[in-house]
Design a protein around this ligand. Sequence first.
Ligand code: KG4
Length: 335
Amino acid sequence: MKILAFESTCDETAVAVVEDGRTVLSDCIASQADMHAIYGGVVPELASRKHVEAIAALADQALEKAGVSRSEIDAVAVAYAPGLIGAVLVGLSFAKSVAFALGKPLIPVHHIRGHIAANYLAFPDLKPPFMALAISGGNTLIVDVKDYTDMEILGATRDDAAGECFDKAARVLGLPYPGGKPLDELAKGCAGGVYDLPRAKVDGAELDMSFSGLKTAVVNLAHNAEQKGEELNGPALAADFIRAVSDELVPRAMEACRRRGRKVLVAAGGVAANSVIRRDLENACAKDGVELFLPPLKLCGDNGAMIGAQGYYEYLAGNTADMSLNAYATREIGD
Ligand code: KG4
């Protein structure tokens, strides 16, 4: 089954053709990151307008690269939530018109389910059940993936997402947007241990997380140093910051595995590209006897193939939509 898949929830317009949920025939991405970098973060209206400009040509490109004609497409999948609402609406409206014009089923896909499904593309033998740590620019979740379309959130951030926190910390250190990768690189080779940064705990909800205090601590350190005319130790702050984020994520993901008796852990989302978090997950999983799946770097960030992968399993579960399908800025992964 060949699915034409659309992703436009943030600042990447992406269209892919995926066969049977596991084989990528094409995966075309038009990133807007350079444009938003001027402003230090995503400007939602500009994102929507760029999606409008790019999406039709990208769809043609995805079909051409896959060597598939329009009539050979069996279904159309689209990320319908969560995300920047104007941006999501562009992909959704386009996907609806394609499904209508081709007379093919329309499959709504939750963006974070897509991030998790990126692993099905990289690891042909991976099957639920497993625990997932989904860490991206807008979401931070620990999810019990009981089956391809049956998921339960065990832990979530109460405020900012891990990626949002990376981007803000990078900005105050003068690094370009999106800041996760430059911050990762700045910290390389530095042991840290210079800055004492907070770790949050949510009373009565040990698997929930909070990143706003950490973000504020880094912003305050930078402002105080500026006011006093002092130099910050950039690599040490980057290293201590990443250690603090990893300390929030990794032990909780392991605890979730223990609670549910899961012996497989899957990482997903842009922040899963972080070298320290990847190493910490490897060490923790080796210690606890948990098999770890880390997506290749190119499948960590937003892409269309992940929507095509999850779209296949949504289709098999009967989750298709009619032309009244709407977009949602927020939506639980289990809905
Ligand atoms: O999954 P993604 O592409 O978009 C969303 O669905 O939100 O994630 C983007 C986020 C950004 O916040 C970016 O800074 C972060 O992923 N990121 C990283 C790294 N590479 C990208 N964060 C930490 N370390 C990295 N190496």
